[in-house]
Design a binder for this molecule. Structure first.
Ligand code: SF4
Length: 578
């Protein structure tokens, strides 16, 4: 419920008068389903998932739409279907079952691990595809009940850019079982699926549709202020798959803020680079000057049945940012955060050494890190969360030790600045293993072994153990390994998605044996040849492979690259496609 992609598709569907859209969740406090996390207990218990709105069963709907942001959620898709008495495999379903579509960033990075379960993927930004899909699907429903969905599938794969019907594509492997290609079985369907982008954000607004206190960002009205990121860090999908990065006009954002203040005092600005928005200062100034408007709920379209008006009137607006870039942090934004009683700032140096930051193209210097930390603490934001990655391509052990050195320097600065506030806050380090992601320059690189990951986390913990007020969280290597398999795997991964106990078996196998000697280990712990076909080559993201290879080579040379200019050039190739 804090996922704006999910909320905006819900809004889009319900604004279509031909559609009544209900929400269904795998686990949900309202309907207190047993928590059926497929890793904790693998035997799926049959229970029908019912909707939040009208308690209808999932299996009674005409269309099921999954919005998937994280690969590890792939397992829950099968769980939801199984628990609703719907055969997970599309090949086992006919038109007496709901038609199943899926979208979301995880799908348009690599849909193959869940391809056998989905009738049709809608790949790219929903605003560009969903209306066209509904215009074919809804009228066809009346002529489909007793047969298959063949005709709908054929029409959408021929007529809609970005629609991908996996059963119309067959896979081939070489004699060693290596993936070779995905080829269409019909001549009139596209050989590649063109991932869709909306060019001009000024025509849309992407905001919270249902406000609830029963979610991660409780009672927070989320407003998307930009899509994509122009900095191009070489490990990060958002920096490539959403190119060119775009910002919403200031007016759209201020209108959304004014609407939000009708019903809540908590607003979240969402984009990969909030502090880069060209009008961020005006937007912050607008928030600081906006007074809560009390209880005039009638003229807002957002569902308010879960909040109590009285505790809004007197509190003033609290604003939070989904991300803060160190190099574009200014006093305006910091002041807005302080006024919003933000106590912890999250910053992402990602790497300890300048060498490593150049390799990943995180164009931030130590001076910029120190200046940001100083200003945040001097303005009274007493806690810091620092994101670091280990196991990155071309990383040396010295680079890992530099994370310790950098954190110690930040701590000293932190202490000095805190003295003025006579309060010492906490520094939390979040250590994550590098996971090679599709459509990034590092997509060909191997993930570092689990033993190395553990060794490197130990170096950091050991180096900082004597420093008070520092907490270190390291990502679970098992979760990361499964995420890597689902990010890089081809359609054969679907067997494991359907039977997650196999994942546990495989991860144990990898943990106990030499990872690269296991079939699964090979997928994630080995580098891929630059000329090798990739399962996600079926997708045309617009980004040229040569561009990604050039970026990888620059990383090896420890060279940074300029930001995407966001105005038409031919560098990565995407603007040519749009
Ligand atoms: S072609 Fe140029 S402007 Fe367009 S997204 Fe790529 S780098 Fe950015």
């Amino acid at each position: 419920m804090s996922n704006l992609g999910f909320q905006s598709v819900y809004g889009m569907l319900n604004r279509d008068e031909r559609v009544s859209c209900n929400r269904f969740f795998m686990s949900n406090t309202h309907h207190n389903y047993p928590n059926n996390d497929r890793f904790s207990n693998t035997n799926d218990k049959e229970f029908d998932i019912i909707s939040c709105e009208t308690n209808i069963s999932l299996s009674s709907s005409d269309l099921i739409a999954f919005s998937v942001s994280f690969e590890n959620d792939y397992l829950n898709i099968v769980s939801i279907l199984k628990n609703s008495g719907i055969p997970p495999k599309a090949s086992d379903r006919n038109a007496s079952y709901p038609f199943i579509i899926a979208g979301g960033i995880a799908c348009f990075l690599n849909p193959e691990p869940i391809a056998p379960f989905i009738d049709c993927f809608l790949l790219g930004e929903a605003e560009e595809i969903l209306p066209a899909f509904l215009d074919i699907f809804i009228p066809s429903l009346s002529t489909t009940y007793d047969s298959s969905y063949e005709n709908i599938k054929k029409r959408v794969s021929v007529e809609i850019n970005g629609a991908y019907v996996p059963e119309f594509y067959q896979l081939s492997y070489d004699t060693d079982g290596n993936f070779l290609a995905i080829l269409p079985i019909y001549d009139d369907i596209p050989a590649k699926i063109s991932v869709q982008h909306i060019k001009d954000l000024s025509k849309i607004s992407t905001t919270t549709q249902i406000l609830t206190n029963d979610t991660t960002f409780d009672n927070t009205f989320l407003i998307e202020i930009g899509r994509g990121c122009h900095h191009g860090c070489r490990f990060c999908s958002a920096g490539f798959i959403y190119r060119p990065s775009r910002f919403y006009p200031e007016k759209n954002i201020v209108d959304a803020i004014n609407e939000a203040t009708l019903i809540t005092d908590k607003i979240g600005l969402v984009s990969p680079t909030v502090s880069d928005h060209p009008s961020i200062n005006n937007i912050c100034a607008n928030v600081r000057n906006t007074n809560t408007c009390g209880n005039d709920f009638n003229n807002c379209r957002v569902n308010t049945d879960e909040i109590n008006p009285s505790n809004i009137k007197n509190s003033g607006i609290k604003i939070s940012f989904s991300s803060l870039r160190l190099d574009s942090l200014n006093d305006e934004t910091i002041e807005t955060l302080v006024k919003s009683s933000v106590k912890t700032a999250t910053i992402a140096p990602e790497a300890g050494s300048q060498r490593m930051r150049n390799i990943i193209n995180k164009k931030i210097s130590e001076e910029q890190i120190f200046s940001a930390v100083q200003r945040l603490v001097e303005h009274g934001i007493m806690n810091l969360k620092l994101y670091f990655m280990v196991g990155l391509p071309f990383e040396k052990i010295e680079d890992v030790k530099e994370i310790v050195t950098l954190t110690k320097k930040i701590k000293e600065l932190f202490l000095e600045a805190s003295r003025k506030n006579r309060k010492i806050g906490n520094i939390t380090l979040s250590i994550n293993p590098f996971i090679p992601k599709p459509t990034t320059p590092f997509q060909w690189r191997a993930m570092d072994s689990l033993s190395n990951f553990k060794k490197k986390v130990a170096i950091i913990k050991d180096g900082l153990k004597k420093i008070p007020n520092i907490t270190i969280h390291a990502e679970s290597s098992k979760t990361a390994m499964i995420n890597a398999m689902l990010s890089r795997g081809d359609r054969r991964m679907a067997d494991m998605v359907e039977n997650p106990e196999l994942f546990l078996k495989k991860t144990k196998e990898i943990e106990n044996k030499n990872p690269e000697k296991t079939s699964m280990g090979k997928i994630i712990f080995s580098a891929i040849d630059l000329s090798a076909p990739l399962p996600w080559d079926i997708l045309d993201t617009g980004i040229k492979k040569e561009f990604l290879i050039k970026e990888l080579k620059r990383a090896e040379l420890e060279e940074t690259s300029p930001d995407c200019p966001m105005v038409e050039c031919s560098s990565c190739g995407i603007c040519r496609k749009l």
